[in-house]
Design a protein around this ligand. Sequence first.
Ligand code: ADP
Ligand code: ZN
Length: 822
Amino acid sequence: MIVEVVLNLPLRKSFDYSWPDNLARAPEAGLQVLVPFGAQKKGGVVVGVKEKSDFSRLKSVETLVDEEPLFSGEMLELTKWTSEYYFSGWGETLNSAIPGGLALRLRTTYTPSSSSSSLPRLDALSEAPLSLVSSQETWTQQEWLKCSPDQRDHQILRGWLANDEVHTSHILLGQKAKPKMERWVRLLKADEIKNTEKRRKSKRKQIFDILVENPTVCWSDIQNRVNAPSQALKKLKDEGYIDFFEKRIYRRFIEGELPQIEAFQDLNSQQKITFEVLKDSLEKGVYRTFLLEGVTGSGKTEVYLHAVLAARKLDKSSLVLVPEISLTPQLVNRFRSRFGDLVAVLHSGMDDGERFDEWSRVRSGIATIVIGARSAVFSPLKNLGLIVIDEEHDPSYKQGESPRYHGRDAAIYRGFAADATVLLGSATPSLESTNNVKNGKYDLLRLTSRIHEVQLPKVKLLDMKTVASQKGSPYFSSELVEALRLRLLKKEQSIVFLNRRGFAPLVRCSKCESTYTCPNCSLSLVYHQGANQVRCHQCDFVNPLHNRCPECGIENNPRIIGTGTEQVEENLKMFFPEARILRMDRDTLHGKHALSKMHERIRKHEVDIVIGTQLVTKGHDFPEVTLVGVIMSDLSLNIPDFRASERTFQLLTQVAGRAGRGHKPGEVLIQTHNPRHHSLLCAKEHDTTQFMELELERRLNLRMPPFYSLTLIVCSSPHEERAEKMAQEIHDRLRTYISNTVQAVVRESDEKYEAETADAVKVIGPIEAPMKKIRNRFRWQILLKADNVRQLLHLLKHVFESPPSIKRDELVQIDVDPHHLL
Ligand code: ADP
Ligand code: ZN
């Protein structure tokens, strides 16, 4: 038999291998295998089985990693769709679909063909490698590397390998993430013990006492209670009193016990109407997508919980996707307190072992409800009935690296394939989803008021060009400072939002006026005062702030321009020395449970003012917060991207939604330089409908999504002229293909579809990317635009059938439905 295998490589193809007879089972799609690839061995996945191959002289599959398929047919189909739609490797997608990826741990061993003493140039080795090679018949790669071989040592080894004087072999040690097993003890014969034991305090007696209480006990529990019990335990086993067995334990990210089981809330009338529609759809068991547009605090999450329960009553599993930073313990506990351990949680803050174990609980059917971030869309739930995508507009659903999939869109495909009900929820839906409601693809459900008649907060725009600013900081209006003061007096909490971390975004030489920029990226360095460093927010570049200008070399007092959360925190401390202030941004989040600890402090009212970046905008419900202030709300408007207005409206509405969620009314003060911009005006009025109308019209005029589909091709290289040349070459190929197919139509009428498809695509560029250089790579880009994505994929497939010839350090990245064009 021949198998088609995909590997974790950025290649859109599979490789044929023959299936040797000595393997433990017949081939089947979904099996993970080890295969030779070039000079290496690699882990891959069987995606097809066939009788014949178009290639002769196939290599054989080396071993099976596991006798059971790693991926189900459903998962193979979903990952295949994802890789085709996002124009990435199927193997890459499979790799990101399981915790720990497809990488395998291998042990490489070297063995000389005859005796090691006859190896040429043996004496030229350094001391430690020489002693290893002369003293052992075979040695592992690990042992070799431990000897710290130098350049010449490596060269000698490579020479032996090339001349077959030394052979390598690879032993599979398994997947990177492995099940964790625990040893347990089981009592076999209870009654006879009492009589046989006379000595009171012997180890045997102590062990028996434990086992009589609990006939199966974990080995480590016995160790905790009996000093050095191993010998005694072994003896008891030999005598047939007890037995040992292995039990799989699941590592859990969440600390502590299950929360108390809570009753479901009675839904209010709007929630009930919404829920009935969903329940009906679940019972029908056919695919349908709903968009639930509900203002902040309107009880969307409660509706999700009821829908999950309804799915459960039908014996169906549920998948709940949320943006990474909304995946707070508060949210997870809401699910765990209703469904207990049926809930599995998957996110990137967990280590490989924890993720692997949660994933295994899902795979084995122990957990039938998954809450997770983007990649949880690939969790191995069976019999899926419901998919919820909370905050469906959130940009973090789009993966920034290959495969560049959108979690929401992949989830909708999954729902479609599984005949599931898909529920998208948001207070500020994406324009894509709004448009899909308009064109009938999705059904709209609405929750128009907050629970318990709580009013939405009053929002005021403060025009920074005209309002009085506070003494001591140009970034605060006196009105905002007074509002904060009032909350402190009333012992209420406030949130101040500024979407920029660090102290100041610009450092400028006071002599030559040049801005300090990152040596690796075409971006200004951000000043961080706490560490007295300048940092690049794109790469890892960090430097102490030097007074010598990197440009002119003159000693000067560089000017620090603009503001960030660090500076705002300093200002707040100056205005309110008594206030308890918490800064929440990536610089203050340290450690695994940092975010939940911060939430805990806010909830316990140990904090008066929270200042933070996007981290403060969502995912939590603090009833004591009555004021939200926004500093420089225009930051996100000034980004040269067609989604800037949408993003700004969403951020402002979300952060405003944090105010007045309890019984005290909320107030929101937004400082701006664009008080007449529709994003701000609509956020002020909480008018999502109006915003959508205006923005959809604008997008139509701009010929942008959701009315048109985009694909961004970015060519990057350490050499500027190469980046440009690569882009130019790809551009020429695109053009040639389009004009050839269009001309072909004149001759051949069957090719009409091809021609129309090709002609429908607009090629824009090549141009230098707005972010010209990132991590020492120069970037050029081409934008493709068409009425729909099928036309783009069709073109890409033909043009990239033979990949462009690029050098090792060069990259061509293709982003279908890109989320930003920078
Ligand atoms: P959203 O997800 O829309 O922000 P939530 O579901 O978190 O809204 O609801 C906001 C608050 O109202 C929560 O504290 C929740 O427990 C409460 N709540 C939701 N639905 C009900 C209900 N039907 N009856 C009583 N309280 C509710
Ligand atoms: Zn940089």
